[in-house]
Design a protein around this ligand. Structure first.
Ligand code: ADP
Length: 552
């Protein structure tokens, strides 16, 4: 290589280095093109520059930057052209071969068939060549833009008067690759910024969603959304708490699977449009396996209908309890009061007509009915004390075997002749810890029930020791208690059978009081019954010796 050539190469290298620096200083792709054009202008005379990109996926060549006769043009005026794989057309040839081209005879080239050529004037007016006359350019250089082994674009430099040399082509090629790298860099940077901004925005949206979800979960009312297809899309924490159904088991299931009587329920809930004042409807609702009283409001939104509900089951139960209480007590009081009143009236008005035996019978009736009235009042007061937690139950060592025997003996004369009570006391029962009179009260109640509800057969009372407890079992051979009622009979005022029409009197407080008393003595009361096969009520009380041992 001669000295002149070496010098030239060194100059080219220097130019390219400077070019790379200048191009790399900006991170805006548009500014990169402008700088590239400025650099080019200082080294290569030209009248037009066109930067196009080639998208291999679409097979289209698009103009990214255009400059003609001293003006920057809007690149969108150039229609995208499809790649001509046969190599017709100068741009296509460069893309297909990956080799730069140099022409000093543009007018001739555009005459050749197979290519599509345009000419653009300084106003950006596009002419199709050669149909609309000869091209303005005389010489042209075309350089492929390469990236990762493929051609991703073409840069054209055109002159209307000058002739181009291969040295110039070499320089332009170098500059083009620098420019392309700078554009790629700028685009990557811009894309990264866009992604970062998108991420920040996505995070903000997620945070907002999370906040909304947190708020929804913190709300005390149950909230759920039913979409247009009748599927539950949202189920907040309160909804899960009230119904016992977790969000993940309910979400995306048809609402009718969650509320079995949904059709009937929804017909009674007024739905208002978003923004209007909602009207609440308090309804009994079966949700999953629970029967609840829920107060619903419903609002229609574009995604479906939002239902909010509040659990009023305990308020309702209280209401029901109150009315049960009044109904039961007034019914239970009426019979003995009417008897006492009737007897008193008779004694007053017809005293002279009555025999001493009749008077005696009436007075006995007044006494027994007054005792019944006293018992009812006593039961109500006791239940109230238990409710309020104001009843104290002492604890002593009680010989349960002896207590059972005494109770059965005391009750025997009062039982109807058909009732037979059989007592069985296992050896070494030991003593239980509790209050003697309260245990007796429980036993009397259980025996009373066994005789009242247990039919004709024998009532069996068994006392036995068991693991750390003394157990009393009261078994009858009556009709038994349906499974569905075995827990309910321990509720206050609960009486099975049709309301107020039962032959046997009672307040429905006996088992409630019994269970509460046993629990206060540290024991349990439960029932085992198979409908049709009698019932066994089981009382378990802690053994007194075990208790003492524990406190020693
Ligand atoms: P009351 O006897 O005043 O109705 P309880 O609380 O003692 O109240 O009993 C509640 C209900 O439980 C009764 O009304 C009855 O229906 C049922 N019951 C109680 N004991 C028996 C039994 N041994 N067999 C069948 N049913 C019973």
């Amino acid at each position: 290589m001669n000295e002149r050539e070496l010098e030239r190469k060194a100059r080219v290298a220097q130019l390219l280095l400077d070019g790379a620096r200048t191009l790399g200083e900006t991170l805006d792709p548009d500014r990169v093109y402008d700088r590239f054009h400025d650099l080019l202008t200082s080294f290569v005379p030209h009248d037009g520059v066109l930067v196009s990109s080639y998208d291999a996926g679409e097979g289209l060549i698009r103009c990214d930057y255009a400059w003609s006769d001293g003006n920057r043009l809007d690149s969108s005026v150039f229609p995208p052209v499809p790649l001509n794989r046969q190599g017709g057309g100068m741009q296509s040839k460069v893309i297909v071969t990956g080799e730069p081209l140099l022409f000093n005879d543009v007018a001739e080239v555009v005459q050749q068939p197979g290519g599509t050529y345009y000419d653009v004037d300084r106003e950006g007016k596009v002419r199709k060549l050669p149909d609309s006359g000869p091209p303005g350019s005389r010489a042209a250089m075309m350089v492929p833009v390469k990236h990762e082994g493929g051609v991703v674009g073409v840069v054209q430099v055109m002159s209307n008067s000058a002739q181009y040399s291969f040295d110039q082509l070499e320089l332009v090629d170098g500059l083009v690759q620098q420019m392309a790298a700078a554009v790629r860099n700028a685009r990557l940077h811009r894309e990264q910024r866009r992604l970062e901004a998108a991420e920040v925005a996505a995070r903000a949206v997620a945070a907002e969603r999370e906040q909304a979800a947190n708020v929804l979960d913190a709300v005390g009312d149950g909230i759920f959304l039913v979409d247009g297809a009748g599927v539950i899309r949202l189920w907040n924490r309160a909804a899960a708490l009230v119904t016992g159904l977790r969000g993940d088991s309910v979400r995306d299931t048809p609402v009718v699977d969650v509320f079995p009587e949904w059709e009937a329920l929804v017909a009674r809930i007024p739905v208002v449009e978003h923004g209007a004042t909602a009207q609440a409807a308090t309804l009994p609702a079966r949700v999953g396996t629970r029967d609840l009283w829920l107060s619903f409001v419903a609002v229609s939104i574009p995604d479906g209908i939002v239902y909010a509900f509040r659990d009023l089951t305990s308020e309702r139960r209280l209401e029901e309890e109150k009315s049960d209480f009044i109904a039961t007590i007034s019914h239970e009081l009426r019979t003995p009061m009417a008897a006492v009143y009737g007897a008193a009236q008779t004694l007053l008005m017809r005293n002279d007509e009555l025999t001493p035996e009749q008077k005696q019978a009436m007075l006995e009736m007044v006494a027994s009915q007054s005792a019944r009235l006293g018992q009812i009042t006593e039961a109500v007061l006791l239940a109230t004390q238990l409710d309020r937690g104001t009843l104290s139950v002492e604890s002593e060592a009680v010989d349960i075997g002896e207590l059972a025997r005494a109770t059965v003996e005391a009750m025997r004369p009062q039982l109807p002749p058909s009732a037979d009570v059989d007592l069985e006391i296992a050896p070494q029962v030991g003593t239980a810890s509790g209050a003697r009179d309260r245990i007796q009260q429980v036993l009397v109640n259980l025996l009373d029930n066994a005789v009242k509800y247990g039919g004709e057969g024998t009532v069996n009372v068994r006392v036995e020791p068991a693991n750390g407890v003394v157990r009393i079992l009261v078994t009858d051979s009556g009709p038994g208690i349906p499974f569905a009622e075995q827990q309910r009979i321990f509720e206050k005022f609960y009486r099975s059978g049709p309301e107020l029409t039962r032959a046997t009197g009672g307040t429905g407080l006996g088992l409630y009081i019994s269970r509460e008393l046993v629990q206060r003595m540290g024991g349990h009361l439960e029932v085992r019954s198979h409908p049709g096969a009698g019932s066994t009520f089981v009382v378990e009380l802690p053994r007194a010796d075990v208790e003492m041992h524990r406190f020693r």
